[in-house]
Design a binder for this molecule. Structure first.
Ligand code: AMP
Length: 359
């Protein structure tokens, strides 16, 4: 049954994604309760109920459950065990299976391959000897990634045949935590699909966005992506296949490498709204945030059509200095996250530059 007007959506995590979810929930006439360990979490500025507690704090999570009709989360590194407990009393969306799979790069890659979806070559790495063995089949090249808790390029070391310094660091890393080695993919470009699935199985996808990363962090998303309609259709087919396999409810972001022949390799998926879908807020009638709120509250999903071409640019650290310039440009929509302190590498906001739709 759909959530009633003034119903409360509990959100675990109070960063910018939780904040934008809370704003979308308000627009649809819902209330939000947010749990975050930081007293000044950006999403608290938008929430009716604020619970300051660690993500795995049973008392805090129970309080969230008491206030809420349904629970969702804004990032994937929340403890599954605590959620399993919550799931016995009220719906937790997207489901725990998506969370478990996305939390571990090895399990995630196995999941894609079992569905017949191509990934980079990968190897389970537990010590220096398994690393050396794996490197012998990738010509000494690749990226060591920690299996759990990596984000924005953190917990990754790139290896090249002659680079002994990186190899030494990677050796230390693999001794300390479970890792995988991924072979390097010589992609032409990167795209992502933001897809949503409702409680009734209805699935809709936003158009693929073309993404540029620097130092592992997303910098820009451009729509339309410079890919053929055949490649775009393949990407949305894969997204739909993944959502169905997970019996998913909510929005996900799936990242792809596009090869020069148009073939796709999946990089990863996130069981939540995604930075590469922020453009939807400015260039579509209904954003990824509203789509997620619609899904988890049992409403029908909206048409994901786009009215403008656009480029979304993250404002990271000192990029905030550019805001006064953007204020004078009527083609630019500014979205700031209400963070009090600017730090290098910290996502402070984003802008979306709109232009008339060409195709
Ligand atoms: P990830 O944290 O796995 O999403 O990686 C961050 C970024 O690093 C990706 O968006 C790519 O630009 C790059 N990257 C990750 N894995 C690979 C790979 N196997 N081959 C080439 N580039 C990669």
């Amino acid at each position: 049954m759909a959530l009633q007007p003034l119903g409360t959506i509990g959100i675990v995590g109070g960063g910018q994604l939780g904040r934008m979810l809370a704003m979308a929930a308000s627009r649809l006439g819902f209330r939000t309760a947010i749990l975050d360990p930081q007293e000044n979490a950006p999403a608290f500025q938008q929430a009716l109920h604020r619970i300051v507690a660690p993500y795995d704090d049973i008392v805090g999570l129970q309080k969230l459950a008491e206030l809420s009709d349904v629970i969702t989360y804004e990032f994937e590194n929340v403890p599954v065990t605590a959620f399993r407990e919550l799931g016995t009393t009220l719906p937790v969306y997207p489901g725990l299976r998506a969370l478990e799979i996305s939390q571990d790069r090895l399990i995630e890659k196995n999941f894609f391959n079992e569905l017949g979806i191509a990934t980079a070559p990968y190897f389970d790495i537990n010590d220096v000897s398994s690393l050396k063995n794996a490197l012998s089949s990738t010509s000494g090249e690749g990226i060591v990634k920690i299996r759990r808790l990596g984000y924005d390029g953190k917990g990754q070391i790139r290896l090249a045949p002659e680079d002994q310094t990186s190899l030494k660091s990677a050796g230390e890393l693999v001794q300390s935590v479970p890792c995988i080695l991924e072979g390097m993919v010589g992609f032409e470009r990167e795209v992502s699909v933001i897809a949503a699935r409702g409680t009734d199985g209805q699935t809709v996808c936003f158009e693929p966005a073309e993404n540029v990363h620097r130092e592992g962090i997303l910098r820009t998303s451009t729509v339309p992506a410079n890919i053929t309609s055949k490649t775009a259709a393949k990407a949305t087919d894969i997204a739909e296949q993944v959502l169905a396999a997970l019996d998913y409810v909510g929005v996900t972001g799936i990242e792809f490498f596009v090869m020069d022949n148009g073939e796709l390799i999946v990089n990863e998926f996130a069981p939540r709204v995604h930075n590469s879908g922020h453009w939807s807020e400015a260039a579509c009638a209904v954003s990824q945030f509203e789509q997620h709120i619609r899904a988890v509250s049992g409403l029908r999903l909206a048409h994901p059509g786009r009215h403008s071409d656009c480029i979304m640019e993250n404002l990271i650290g000192d990029d905030m200095d550019k805001v006064p310039g953007f204020l004078g440009d009527s083609n630019v929509l500014i979205h700031l996250y209400g963070k009090s302190e600017t730090r290098p590498g910290r996502k402070m906001g984003h802008i979306t530059r709109l232009s008339p739709k060409q195709a």
